[in-house]
Design a binder for this molecule. Structure first.
Ligand SMILES: Nc1nc2c(c(=O)[nH]1)N[C@H]1C(S)=C(S)[C@@H](COP(=O)(O)O)O[C@H]1N2
Ligand SMILES: [Mo]
Length: 329
């Protein structure tokens, strides 16, 4: 299962009270039974509805978050995904061969691989087959991205509520790459991070739309001398990396990710400073003194690149742009 709290740096630039950094991921081995098996065992006729978009499987937890926090926590997935043989949606009771702890949803939780964590309902109490998606707060009022032109004044509360009601709930996770560590070690630069292939949009045809990660590439840019790196410059760096003659260098993907469809793939690259200087030279800033940043992008098996920089959104969620990090001297 893919844990979604992975692009916290950008979240932190919107929510300045939360000083978060990237780097928190986990690949977990889950044990449970397939939701698909349970559903088809109880209701064999559901097999005929595999391709229909008009039904949903709604999960409800025993957790009451309180009226101000949205009430009972729950969420749903389209029915076709719940019974899709290529998406192993689990009713899980173990994590890494250990019984679930209370924090992680004991005694029973849902695990929907490849999607935002919010659909993996913990402390599961009820599963309903419904003609409508879940009406729970997390499905209807939260975990939605509302693209909005950043130069416009913020909308009124009423307008914001309207936009929120009309926005699509987030579902599958997009093509991603993140740089976690970038260090200068003598005459070498060592870069490490993680990435993930796209799982398509949360609509039909479901799992078939998932495209595996093929490559993660890095390039380097130099800041003009006297300028100090700030995370708010990242969008500008990605633009520079995309529009200049920047040369990209391939990284090494950890083979442990091979064939494991639903987990993060770790990657790394070690470059001589001379090679870094050449990549910077391609960008046209080789002569100047100044800090160096690394820019990272993912490319999938179809040759499609990760989104360079997503549209600004009102809620600061779902950031999936190219990743940037200052190379520590
Ligand atoms: N009942 C319940 N289930 C929940 C949540 C919650 O707040 N309550 N949070 C969801 C979200 S947003 C995530 S990212 C995952 C986190 O799972 P973990 O605590 O095992 O990491 O649980 C999901 N299931
Ligand atoms: Mo989450």
């Amino acid at each position: 299962m893919v844990v979604t709290v992975a692009r916290l740096k950008q979240y932190g630039t919107v929510h300045e009270d939360i000083a978060l950094q990237e780097g928190t991921i986990a690949n977990i081995v889950w044990t449970g039974c397939l939701l698909r098996t349970v559903l088809l065992d109880l209701f064999p006729s559901l097999a005929d509805k595999a391709g229909n978009e008009d039904w949903h499987v709604v999960f409800e937890s025993s957790q009451d978050c309180g009226e101000d926090e949205g009430g009972i926590f729950g969420g749903s997935i389209p029915g076709g995904i719940a019974i899709d043989p290529s998406v192993p949606v689990l009713l899980a009771w173990q994590q890494n061969q250990q019984d679930l702890t209370l924090d992680h949803g004991a005694p029973l939780r849902v695990v929907v691989p490849g999607t935002i964590g919010a659909r993996s309902i913990k402390w599961l109490r009820k599963v309903t087959i419904s003609s409508k998606p879940s009406q729970h707060h997390a499905q209807q009022q939260d975990y939605k991205s509302i693209p909005y032109p950043s130069e416009l004044p913020l909308p009124s509360d009423d307008e914001k509520a309207r936009l929120l009601a009309n926005a699509e709930p987030m579902g599958w996770s997009p093509l991603q790459s993140v740089v976690v560590e970038a260090k200068r070690e003598a005459e070498k630069v060592v870069i490490k991070g993680y990435g993930l292939g796209e799982k398509g949009t949360f609509s039909f045809p479901s799992a078939a739309a998932g495209i595996p990660l093929a490559q993660i590439a890095v390039t380097f840019l130099r800041l003009s001398s006297g300028t100090d790196y700030e995370p708010t410059m990242d969008e500008h760096f990605t633009e520079r990396a995309a529009s200049s003659a920047a040369k990209w260098h391939k990284t090494v993907l950890d083979p442990a990710g091979d064939g494991k469809r639903w987990g993060w793939t770790l990657w790394h690259v070690e470059l001589e400073m001379e090679a870094v200087r050449q990549l910077i030279a391609a960008e046209g800033q080789e002569g100047k003194e100044g800090q160096i940043v690394v820019v990272v992008k993912a490319i999938d098996a179809r040759g499609q690149e990760q989104t360079r920089w997503p549209e600004w959104n009102l809620r600061g969620v779902g950031f999936n742009g190219w990743s940037v990090k200052l190379v520590e001297e």
